[in-house]
Design a protein around this ligand. Structure first.
Ligand SMILES: [Zn+2]
Ligand SMILES: [Zn+2]
Length: 253
Protein backbone atom coordinates (compact mmCIF):
# COMPACT_ATOMS: atom_id res chain seq x y z
CA UNK A 1 0.00 0.00 0.00
CA UNK A 2 1.00 3.60 -0.50
CA UNK A 3 -0.82 6.02 -2.76
CA UNK A 4 -4.46 4.92 -3.03
CA UNK A 5 -5.97 7.54 -5.31
CA UNK A 6 -5.05 10.49 -7.52
CA UNK A 7 -7.65 13.27 -7.49
CA UNK A 8 -6.18 15.83 -9.88
CA UNK A 9 -5.59 14.72 -13.48
CA UNK A 10 -6.15 16.42 -16.84
CA UNK A 11 -7.24 15.11 -20.23
CA UNK A 12 -7.78 16.44 -23.75
CA UNK A 13 -10.97 18.05 -22.47
CA UNK A 14 -8.72 20.87 -21.22
CA UNK A 15 -5.02 20.85 -22.08
CA UNK A 16 -4.02 17.35 -21.06
CA UNK A 17 -2.57 15.01 -23.67
CA UNK A 18 -4.62 11.85 -23.15
CA UNK A 19 -8.18 10.61 -23.00
CA UNK A 20 -10.14 9.83 -19.86
CA UNK A 21 -9.62 6.12 -20.59
CA UNK A 22 -5.83 6.64 -20.83
CA UNK A 23 -5.82 8.20 -17.37
CA UNK A 24 -7.96 5.38 -15.98
CA UNK A 25 -5.63 2.75 -17.50
CA UNK A 26 -2.59 4.43 -16.02
CA UNK A 27 -4.29 4.60 -12.63
CA UNK A 28 -4.90 0.83 -12.84
CA UNK A 29 -1.26 0.20 -13.79
CA UNK A 30 -0.17 2.16 -10.72
CA UNK A 31 -2.48 0.09 -8.52
CA UNK A 32 -4.72 3.02 -7.58
CA UNK A 33 -8.22 2.40 -6.30
CA UNK A 34 -9.55 5.81 -7.38
CA UNK A 35 -8.76 8.47 -9.95
CA UNK A 36 -10.45 11.80 -10.59
CA UNK A 37 -10.68 13.58 -13.92
CA UNK A 38 -10.39 17.28 -13.12
CA UNK A 39 -9.96 19.39 -16.20
CA UNK A 40 -9.45 23.14 -16.00
CA UNK A 41 -12.43 25.21 -14.96
CA UNK A 42 -14.86 26.86 -17.30
CA UNK A 43 -13.51 30.42 -17.02
CA UNK A 44 -9.95 29.61 -17.96
CA UNK A 45 -9.34 31.81 -20.98
CA UNK A 46 -7.30 29.39 -23.09
CA UNK A 47 -8.07 25.83 -22.02
CA UNK A 48 -11.11 25.72 -19.76
CA UNK A 49 -13.34 22.67 -20.24
CA UNK A 50 -16.61 23.45 -22.05
CA UNK A 51 -19.77 23.07 -19.97
CA UNK A 52 -21.50 21.28 -22.80
CA UNK A 53 -18.80 18.54 -22.70
CA UNK A 54 -19.50 17.56 -19.08
CA UNK A 55 -22.37 15.25 -20.07
CA UNK A 56 -20.17 13.40 -22.53
CA UNK A 57 -17.40 13.08 -19.92
CA UNK A 58 -19.89 11.59 -17.46
CA UNK A 59 -21.10 9.12 -20.08
CA UNK A 60 -17.49 8.05 -20.73
CA UNK A 61 -16.92 7.51 -17.03
CA UNK A 62 -20.10 5.45 -16.72
CA UNK A 63 -18.91 3.24 -19.58
CA UNK A 64 -15.42 2.93 -18.08
CA UNK A 65 -16.85 1.93 -14.68
CA UNK A 66 -18.28 -1.18 -16.36
CA UNK A 67 -15.13 -1.87 -18.38
CA UNK A 68 -12.68 -1.36 -15.50
CA UNK A 69 -14.45 -2.20 -12.23
CA UNK A 70 -11.12 -2.37 -10.41
CA UNK A 71 -10.81 1.42 -10.24
CA UNK A 72 -13.37 4.06 -9.27
CA UNK A 73 -13.19 7.06 -11.58
CA UNK A 74 -14.66 10.34 -10.37
CA UNK A 75 -15.66 13.37 -12.39
CA UNK A 76 -14.49 16.68 -11.05
CA UNK A 77 -13.17 19.99 -12.24
CA UNK A 78 -10.17 22.12 -11.31
CA UNK A 79 -12.10 25.31 -10.73
CA UNK A 80 -10.61 28.80 -10.76
CA UNK A 81 -10.72 31.39 -8.00
CA UNK A 82 -12.26 34.42 -9.71
CA UNK A 83 -11.91 37.24 -7.20
CA UNK A 84 -11.42 38.12 -3.54
CA UNK A 85 -15.11 37.77 -2.72
CA UNK A 86 -15.38 34.01 -2.84
CA UNK A 87 -16.50 33.46 -6.41
CA UNK A 88 -15.24 30.42 -8.31
CA UNK A 89 -16.25 29.24 -11.77
CA UNK A 90 -18.57 26.45 -10.61
CA UNK A 91 -22.25 27.32 -10.80
CA UNK A 92 -25.04 25.80 -8.72
CA UNK A 93 -26.21 24.02 -11.86
CA UNK A 94 -22.78 22.41 -12.37
CA UNK A 95 -22.68 20.81 -8.95
CA UNK A 96 -25.03 17.84 -9.51
CA UNK A 97 -22.78 16.81 -12.43
CA UNK A 98 -19.58 16.72 -10.38
CA UNK A 99 -18.31 14.23 -7.79
CA UNK A 100 -15.58 16.49 -6.45
CA UNK A 101 -14.42 20.08 -6.75
CA UNK A 102 -10.73 20.86 -6.87
CA UNK A 103 -10.03 24.60 -6.92
CA UNK A 104 -6.98 26.78 -7.21
CA UNK A 105 -5.54 30.04 -8.36
CA UNK A 106 -4.63 30.23 -12.06
CA UNK A 107 -3.42 32.97 -14.31
CA UNK A 108 -5.45 34.06 -17.34
CA UNK A 109 -8.93 33.55 -15.98
CA UNK A 110 -11.99 35.58 -16.90
CA UNK A 111 -12.97 37.09 -13.56
CA UNK A 112 -16.47 37.50 -12.21
CA UNK A 113 -16.63 41.24 -12.65
CA UNK A 114 -14.81 44.08 -14.31
CA UNK A 115 -14.20 45.54 -10.88
CA UNK A 116 -12.05 42.54 -9.94
CA UNK A 117 -8.37 43.31 -9.55
CA UNK A 118 -6.48 43.27 -12.81
CA UNK A 119 -3.86 41.10 -11.15
CA UNK A 120 -6.17 38.13 -11.54
CA UNK A 121 -5.31 38.20 -15.21
CA UNK A 122 -1.61 38.65 -14.58
CA UNK A 123 1.15 36.85 -12.70
CA UNK A 124 0.45 37.80 -9.13
CA UNK A 125 4.06 37.86 -8.03
CA UNK A 126 4.82 40.96 -10.04
CA UNK A 127 2.80 43.46 -8.05
CA UNK A 128 4.59 46.72 -7.21
CA UNK A 129 3.23 46.48 -3.70
CA UNK A 130 3.73 42.83 -2.91
CA UNK A 131 2.56 43.06 0.71
CA UNK A 132 -0.84 44.22 -0.55
CA UNK A 133 -0.96 41.49 -3.18
CA UNK A 134 -0.18 38.90 -0.50
CA UNK A 135 -3.05 40.08 1.70
CA UNK A 136 -5.45 40.12 -1.23
CA UNK A 137 -4.48 36.66 -2.42
CA UNK A 138 -4.83 35.23 1.09
CA UNK A 139 -8.31 36.70 1.27
CA UNK A 140 -9.16 35.28 -2.16
CA UNK A 141 -8.22 31.78 -0.98
CA UNK A 142 -10.07 32.03 2.33
CA UNK A 143 -13.25 33.48 0.82
CA UNK A 144 -13.27 30.81 -1.89
CA UNK A 145 -13.01 28.11 0.79
CA UNK A 146 -15.70 29.78 2.88
CA UNK A 147 -18.29 30.20 0.12
CA UNK A 148 -17.87 26.98 -1.84
CA UNK A 149 -17.78 23.27 -1.15
CA UNK A 150 -14.17 22.81 -2.25
CA UNK A 151 -12.79 19.32 -1.67
CA UNK A 152 -9.17 20.03 -2.57
CA UNK A 153 -7.27 23.31 -2.76
CA UNK A 154 -4.89 22.74 -5.65
CA UNK A 155 -1.23 23.79 -5.41
CA UNK A 156 -1.75 26.46 -2.70
CA UNK A 157 0.64 29.37 -3.12
CA UNK A 158 1.88 28.42 -6.59
CA UNK A 159 2.25 31.64 -8.59
CA UNK A 160 0.16 33.30 -5.89
CA UNK A 161 1.93 34.90 -2.96
CA UNK A 162 -0.13 34.44 0.17
CA UNK A 163 0.01 33.66 3.87
CA UNK A 164 0.16 29.87 3.69
CA UNK A 165 -0.42 29.45 7.42
CA UNK A 166 -3.70 31.38 7.16
CA UNK A 167 -4.73 29.41 4.08
CA UNK A 168 -3.95 26.09 5.80
CA UNK A 169 -5.94 27.19 8.84
CA UNK A 170 -8.92 27.90 6.57
CA UNK A 171 -8.50 24.50 4.89
CA UNK A 172 -8.72 22.82 8.28
CA UNK A 173 -11.69 24.95 9.32
CA UNK A 174 -13.69 24.30 6.15
CA UNK A 175 -12.67 20.65 5.76
CA UNK A 176 -10.76 21.09 2.50
CA UNK A 177 -7.68 19.03 1.66
CA UNK A 178 -4.46 21.01 1.16
CA UNK A 179 -2.84 19.60 -1.96
CA UNK A 180 0.76 18.49 -2.25
CA UNK A 181 1.08 18.89 -6.00
CA UNK A 182 3.09 16.32 -7.95
CA UNK A 183 4.08 18.72 -10.69
CA UNK A 184 5.47 21.48 -8.53
CA UNK A 185 5.37 22.94 -5.06
CA UNK A 186 6.53 26.53 -5.13
CA UNK A 187 6.11 27.36 -1.47
CA UNK A 188 9.06 26.97 0.89
CA UNK A 189 9.61 24.09 3.30
CA UNK A 190 9.04 26.54 6.15
CA UNK A 191 5.67 27.55 4.71
CA UNK A 192 4.68 23.91 4.31
CA UNK A 193 5.79 23.17 7.86
CA UNK A 194 3.58 26.05 9.02
CA UNK A 195 0.65 24.51 7.13
CA UNK A 196 1.29 21.19 8.86
CA UNK A 197 1.39 22.94 12.24
CA UNK A 198 -2.11 24.22 11.57
CA UNK A 199 -3.27 20.61 11.43
CA UNK A 200 -4.87 20.62 7.98
CA UNK A 201 -5.26 17.36 6.09
CA UNK A 202 -3.07 16.93 3.02
CA UNK A 203 -3.64 15.06 -0.22
CA UNK A 204 -1.07 13.93 -2.79
CA UNK A 205 -2.03 14.54 -6.42
CA UNK A 206 -0.10 14.18 -9.66
CA UNK A 207 -1.73 17.08 -11.57
CA UNK A 208 -0.93 14.84 -14.55
CA UNK A 209 -1.24 16.41 -17.98
CA UNK A 210 -0.05 13.17 -19.63
CA UNK A 211 -1.57 9.77 -18.86
CA UNK A 212 1.79 8.30 -17.88
CA UNK A 213 2.09 10.84 -15.06
CA UNK A 214 -1.16 9.76 -13.38
CA UNK A 215 -0.28 8.57 -9.87
CA UNK A 216 3.25 9.98 -10.02
CA UNK A 217 3.58 11.94 -6.78
CA UNK A 218 7.24 11.22 -6.08
CA UNK A 219 8.39 14.82 -5.81
CA UNK A 220 5.43 15.80 -3.62
CA UNK A 221 6.03 12.82 -1.36
CA UNK A 222 9.74 13.63 -1.13
CA UNK A 223 8.85 17.18 -0.11
CA UNK A 224 6.40 15.92 2.52
CA UNK A 225 9.07 13.62 3.92
CA UNK A 226 11.71 16.35 3.96
CA UNK A 227 9.38 18.73 5.78
CA UNK A 228 8.33 16.01 8.22
CA UNK A 229 4.62 15.86 7.38
CA UNK A 230 3.32 12.71 9.08
CA UNK A 231 1.85 10.09 6.74
CA UNK A 232 -1.27 9.98 8.91
CA UNK A 233 -2.13 13.51 7.85
CA UNK A 234 -2.09 12.56 4.15
CA UNK A 235 -5.63 11.53 3.26
CA UNK A 236 -4.82 9.27 0.28
CA UNK A 237 -1.75 7.53 1.62
CA UNK A 238 -2.56 3.97 2.75
CA UNK A 239 -6.24 5.00 2.88
CA UNK A 240 -8.95 6.65 0.84
CA UNK A 241 -10.12 10.20 1.49
CA UNK A 242 -13.74 11.16 1.94
CA UNK A 243 -15.02 14.15 0.02
CA UNK A 244 -17.69 16.61 1.04
CA UNK A 245 -20.57 15.11 -0.89
CA UNK A 246 -19.69 11.61 0.36
CA UNK A 247 -19.60 12.87 3.95
CA UNK A 248 -23.05 14.41 3.49
CA UNK A 249 -24.45 11.24 2.01
CA UNK A 250 -22.96 9.18 4.85
CA UNK A 251 -24.59 11.50 7.38
CA UNK A 252 -27.95 10.98 5.68
CA UNK A 253 -27.40 7.22 5.82
ZN1 LIG B 1 -3.81 24.04 -11.46
ZN1 LIG C 1 -4.17 20.99 -12.72
Amino acid sequence: MALMGDYHTHTVYSHGKGSIEHNVLCAIRRGLKEVAITDHGFNHVTYGVRRRKIGRMRAELTMLAVKYPQVRALLGVEANILDTRGHIDVRESDKPCLDIIVCGYHKFVATSSFAAPLTYFLPNNLGASSAKVRVRNTEAYIKALEHNEIDILSHPGNFCKCDIREVARACKHFGTYFELNGKRILISDDELAAAAEEGCAFILDSDAHRPRDVGDVRTALATAERVGIPKESIANYNRLPTFKRMRREDARG
